[in-house]
Design a protein around this ligand. Structure first.
Ligand code: NAP
Length: 278
């Protein structure tokens, strides 16, 4: 019997820049599945109607991207506890009765991206410094806490947002003022950039790594470019580094599994396909 055709996609505004169709359609082909992944440009005022349309149209679900991740959490019928902690949904899965369940696969994506390149990495190896307090920061913080981090130092240009995160996520979170960001790196085992600084067309992140131990892992959520100025400096002083591509592809793997029932692999061929679009 032929497998049912499975339609999924990504809702965002704007959404044309998304690499998700390349990733998911690659896997659909590779695993000989019957389905398609499309782009759904949905203006914020239409989000609720678009989400309600998912089950009516027979979609297996969809990814949710900027600016809809927080609002979607309030609109789906059930939210996974990890997505509740992050406060954002990036994956919707349609249930047999038409209900919509919301998940956040960025949490898995971040930590699996680290593990793929550094299999021995441990969250409890020492203090983690997370720079930024936006959506990516929340997913990274939840990942690190779920993995057993004992101390997370948060630095954000707007300090009050870092303090809000500390209040929400508890005693393992320490906030350090932006002006003291260079000293905050002392004794750290992990440094994560979750700001947009260093991204294509943005300024480099303004930080001095002199105090960062040479063994500390330096990770950037950014994937365009693959080597941000932060990662270039870290590489040049001998720190191990991880770019944001692993997070991007690993969050997609978990969504794909939820819709198609197959946990897809990351291959050099897929990496090459994505990088060729940068
Ligand atoms: P967001 O919610 O808008 O947060 C942006 C963060 O950047 C805030 O903490 C903001 O600080 C900080 N920032 C902006 N301009 C700054 C500046 N000039 N100096 C210092 N800090 C500055 O964005 P997001 O969704 O978290 O995304 C952040 C980055 O992560 C983006 O580059 C995105 O591409 C990347 N990302 C990657 C993945 C992946 O799969 N690899 C997933 C999600 C996001 P203030 O609070 O002071 O404004």
């Amino acid at each position: 019997m032929e497998q049912k055709f499975i339609t999924v996609g990504v809702m965002g505004w704007p959404v044309e820049h998304s690499r998700s169709p390349i990733i998911h359609n690659h896997w659909i082909q590779k695993y000989h599945l019957n389905g398609s992944y499309g782009l759904f440009p949905v203006a914020p005022s239409h989000l609720e109607a678009a989400l309600r349309g998912i089950s009516v149209l027979g979609l297996a679900g969809c990814n949710i991207t900027i600016p809809h991740k927080v609002e979607t959490l309030k609109l789906v019928d059930w939210v996974d506890p990890i997505a509740t902690k992050v406060g954002a949904v990036n994956t919707v899965v349609t249930q047999p009765n038409g209900d919509l369940h919301g998940f956040n696969t960025d949490v898995y994506g971040y930590v699996q991206g680290l593990r793929d390149s550094h299999p021995d990495w441990r969250a409890d190896a020492g203090p983690a410094v997370v720079i930024g307090a936006g959506g990516a920061s929340r997913a990274v913080i939840v990942s690190l806490l779920e993995e057993g981090a004992t101390e997370i130092r948060i630095l954000n240009r707007t300090n009050v947002k870092a303090e809000e995160l500390a209040h929400e996520f508890g005693a393992k979170i320490k906030t350090i003022k932006w002006a003291e960001r260079n000293e905050a790196l002392s004794g750290a085992a992990l440094l994560v950039n979750t700001t947009n600084q260093g991204m294509h067309k943005q300024e480099a992140l303004d930080i001095d790594l002199a105090e960062l131990p040479k063994h500390a892992l330096v990770s950037d959520a950014i994937y365009i470019p693959l080597e941000t100025p932060l990662l270039a400096i870290a590489n040049s002083r001998g720190n191990p580094t991880v770019n944001g591509l692993g997070m991007l592809i690993n969050q997609a793997r978990l969504s794909f599994q939820a819709w198609f029932g197959v946990m897809p692999e990351i291959t050099p061929e897929l990496n090459k396909k994505i990088i060729s679009t940068f």
